[in-house]
Ligand binder design. Structure first.
Ligand SMILES: N[C@@H](CCC(=O)N[C@@H](CS)C(=O)NCC(=O)O)C(=O)O
Length: 308
């Protein structure tokens, strides 16, 4: 039998298109060698530059302090190189809004800031037009820091922690926990909030003022959207969060981080719009964060906070 057709111990012909166990072992060994070399190089780099630089070979955008594209710098350096780090932080705060989570972080950081307040239109619940002068979408929160104007709460949390955190409220850069941390920053607005918003919208649809003959139709549309999609999806997500929080009580690690601040708003909104009776770890999370001194100071600063 030609060697190319000889069977391996596991019965795979050696010339098979299937990858034989032997091939897998060779490939793993070669990957391990390559990764060993990469680790050794990283170690050398690390001892010269520090661990953050090792893990973030990013290019620097062309602004105040341009560097050659090939030169690696840390995310922290990027943040510190942003223009005008000395100006006062201003939070553009809308009542009863996601901005409350940023107030909590600012209070926890104990860094000086000022609040500019905006009130929702009591009928439409929309922000007043003045907020559009700060950012074209006119949504809150918006943070200004010197020449910088930042929108999106997840970004604002990352920015504040990177620039003013001194290592607090987020896991170290380059660790797996930091990926978890960023996961929750994205998840809160990307996955959970859309469902909670749908819940609010379909609840309202049922009570929209309409001619009497339309009302049963609206109620039917509302009920079938909630029963057929929104409620089962919410149950899926809230169950997932309940299991996760059941472990340490916090979203990342065993202490409060910016991830808890970001997740606080959708969980407060879920309590108001769907109830947390079936999710004891979520209810316990709310009690835990409400006991945090910085959270309480943020409530005093932000004014009444009641989601419906
Ligand atoms: N994804 C954005 C959402 C911002 C947002 O929609 N904010 C709401 C308050 S919770 C708002 O400004 N609503 C008033 C409006 O839309 O006019 C974030 O996380 O910052």
């Amino acid at each position: 039998m030609p060697p190319s057709q000889a069977n391996s111990n596991d019965g795979f012909p050696q010339d098979s298109l299937l990858i034989s166990p032997d091939f897998g072992a060779r490939e793993r060994a070669s990957r391990a060698r390559a990764s060993g070399i990469v680790h050794a190089l990283r170690f050398l780099l690390c001892s010269v530059c520090g661990p953050e630089r090792m893990l973030y070979p990013v290019t620097h955008p062309a602004h105040t302090n341009p560097r050659p594209v090939s030169q690696s710098i840390t995310r922290h350096e990027l943040i510190l190189a942003l223009p005008d780090a000395t100006a006062m932080l201003t939070l553009h705060h809308l009542n009863n809004s996601r901005s409350q989570r940023i107030l909590w972080l600012l209070e926890a950081l104990e860094t000086p800031y000022e609040i500019k307040r905006y009130q929702r239109d009591p009928k439409t619940m929309l922000a007043p037009p003045e907020l559009k002068a700060v950012h074209p979408l006119g949504k809150s929160p918006i943070l200004t820091d010197g020449d910088l104007t930042l929108a999106e709460s997840g970004l604002i949390i990352e920015y504040l922690i990177d620039r003013y955190g001194d290592g607090r409220f987020a896991p170290a850069v380059g660790t797996a926990a930091q990926l978890d941390f960023r996961y929750w920053l994205h998840y809160a607005e990307g996955s959970l909030m859309p469902l909670i918003l749908l819940k609010l919208v379909f609840r309202r649809v049922a009570h929209t003022p309409a001619p009497f003959f339309m009302r049963p139709v609206l109620r039917k549309v509302s009920a079938s959207a909630q029963d057929g999609f929104v409620d089962p999806q919410l149950a899926l997500h809230l169950g997932y969060l309940n299991t996760h929080l059941g472990k340490t009580g916090w979203f990342v690690g065993d202490t409060v981080t910016g991830a808890d601040m970001q997740m606080s708003f959708p969980i407060e909104a879920a309590e108001a719009r769907a109830g947390l009776g079936k999710y004891p770890a979520l209810a316990a999370f709310l009690s835990r964060i409400r006991a945090e001194p910085a959270y309480q100071r943020a409530l005093e600063k932000g004014g009444p906070f009641k989601l419906s």
